[in-house]
Ligand binder design. Structure first.
Ligand code: SAM
Length: 213
């Protein structure tokens, strides 16, 4: 994704009440941040936040955390955050590589990965968010029934992910190569990238991955 530097983004994030500045300090006590025991669902690489905002609005009894690596992107989500008049959505600016420093074992119930960067070069395979290295990180913070829902237009990344899931010994469910024309289409919430790609006529791949026990 090409990034344009947004002037003042860091300052806006610094002053925002819904962005957690020192997320490592919340490890193991995320329930206190939300003030309830509701399950925690996270989106990694949320971009401008359309998807997670919509989910948070639809599901007030679920706590959401949107994770984004770049300030210039996160700031766009912050601009939209006031539209959600609920307290069940927070943001973190961080690299998902550090996930285990931020979430305790079994603290997360669900992880969404939407249109993750493909990192096409083989030497960068470890950076793909569905690599076995990342699945290991997710395994540490997901609860016993935890699952990951992954959508992408990129067939190579999708096929790579299927292999990685098998290698890691996780379980696959509801795999589709054309989500919008499948039995799982109903209730699907579209992301920004998903809207763009489906307008171009590209099929959307989706899999559900259940944590190994
Ligand atoms: N999920 C959004 C959507 O579907 O519209 C955005 C997709 S965009 C291609 C991928 C996003 O993931 C970018 O905003 C990028 O900055 C973020 N990202 C990539 N690697 C990341 C990482 N390791 N940790 C956190 N965010 C990451």
């Amino acid at each position: 994704m090409r990034l344009r530097n947004v002037k003042g983004a860091k300052e806006k994030i610094e002053g925002d009440d819904y962005t957690i500045k020192l997320p490592n300090e919340k490890k193991g006590i995320w329930k206190d941040v939300f003030g309830n025991d509701n399950p925690i669902h996270i989106e990694i690489g949320m971009g401008k936040g359309k998807f997670i905002m919509e989910l948070a609005k639809k599901n007030p009894n679920i706590n959401y955390i949107g994770i984004e690596k770049y300030s210039s992107v996160l700031v766009r989500a912050l601009e939209k955050r006031p539209e959600l008049e609920q307290d069940n959505l927070y943001f973190i600016r961080m690299d998902a590589e550090d996930l285990n420093e931020v979430f305790e074992e079994e603290e997360v119930a669900r992880i969404y990965l939407n249109f993750s960067d493909p990192w096409p070069k083989e030497r960068h395979a470890k950076r793909r968010l569905t690599s076995v290295q990342f699945l290991e990180r997710y395994n540490k913070c997901l609860d016993q029934d935890g699952l990951i829902i992954f959508k992408t237009d990129n067939r190579e990344l999708f096929d790579f992910s299927l292999e990685q899931v098998e290698l890691a010994g996780w379980n696959l469910e509801n795999v589709t190569y054309d989500l919008h024309h499948s039995e799982y289409a109903e209730g699907n919430v579209m992301t920004e990238y998903e809207e763009k790609f489906s307008k171009e006529g590209k099929p959307i791949n989706r899999m559900v991955i259940r944590r190994k026990r």
